[in-house]
Design a protein around this ligand. Structure first.
Ligand SMILES: N[C@@H](CCC(=O)N[C@@H](CS)C(=O)NCC(=O)O)C(=O)O
Length: 223
């Protein structure tokens, strides 16, 4: 399999974690979003949405959209399950994942930030306030669910990592990058620390990738 990924991309982070958890060896193809490489014609031919990640299977099938790729990997590949056994559990885990991947993350992508600055002429202060607002809003919503629901265990759902944890660690990093802490979200903090302690999560960390700028690169233990 070939994963088209960018070190800082939180959606790519999700797929790196899942491939690691499943023990799937893959070729990493790095696409520099800062250099607009995701908008060049070769990548656009692969993924017309011009977004990362894309996963190319051995038969050439191209999979896009991180949640769909996570579902595919869980259904098609052996290894630890990324979703619970029961339908209600799966619905809860998918809801937690969707809160982050479908509701919060899309508001913060580079294309949205470009629109805010280039079309709506928001200055850096206003743009930073936008990012902090959506980071904190979703952090609070997830904390309420994790702290208040008995299905929460060592991880977001029970005692094994699921796609909820895979999405949550990226949101926690996004919160951190906005200069906010997890202090107001102790359950999220505990769950994220448990997940990031797993080698599969640590090795997938944005700061531990081959395309991470050298000045920022850390070992797989980074959190
Ligand atoms: N919903 C998509 C999000 C894809 C996405 O927006 N990826 C970002 C990187 S995390 C990207 O490639 N952005 C390029 C841009 O915004 O121009 C997924 O989960 O895969």
């Amino acid at each position: 399999m070939k994963l088209y990924s960018f070190w800082r991309s939180l959606a790519s982070f999700r797929i790196r974690i899942a491939l690691n958890l499943k023990g799937i060896a893959y070729e990493l193809v790095t696409v520099d979003v800062d250099q607009q490489q995701h908008r060049n014609s070769a990548y656009a031919a692969l993924n017309p949405q011009m977004a990362l990640p894309s996963l190319v299977l051995v038969d050439g099938t191209v999979l896009t959209q991180s949640l769909a790729i996570l579902d595919y990997l869980d259904e098609a590949c052996p290894g630890p399950a990324l979703l619970p056994d029961d339908a209600k559990g799966r619905a809860r885990v998918r809801a937690l994942a969707a809160m982050i991947a479908c509701d919060a993350h899309p508001l913060t992508t580079p294309r949205v930030q470009r629109y805010l600055t280039e079309v709506l002429h928001l200055d850096d202060t206003a743009r930073a306030a936008w990012l902090r607002h959506w980071a904190a809003e979703m952090l609070g919503a997830v904390e309420k669910r994790l702290a208040g629901e008995s299905a929460t265990g060592r991880f977001a759902h029970g005692d094994a990592p699921t796609i909820a944890d895979i999405c949550l660690v990226g949101h926690a990093l996004f919160v951190h990058n906005q200069g906010l802490g997890l202090g107001a979200a102790p359950t999220v903090q505990r769950v994220v620390e448990a997940a990031m302690a797993l080698p599969a999560f640590a090795a997938a960390h944005p700061l531990a990738q081959p395309d991470t700028p050298a000045a920022m690169r850390r070992g797989p233990g980074a959190s």
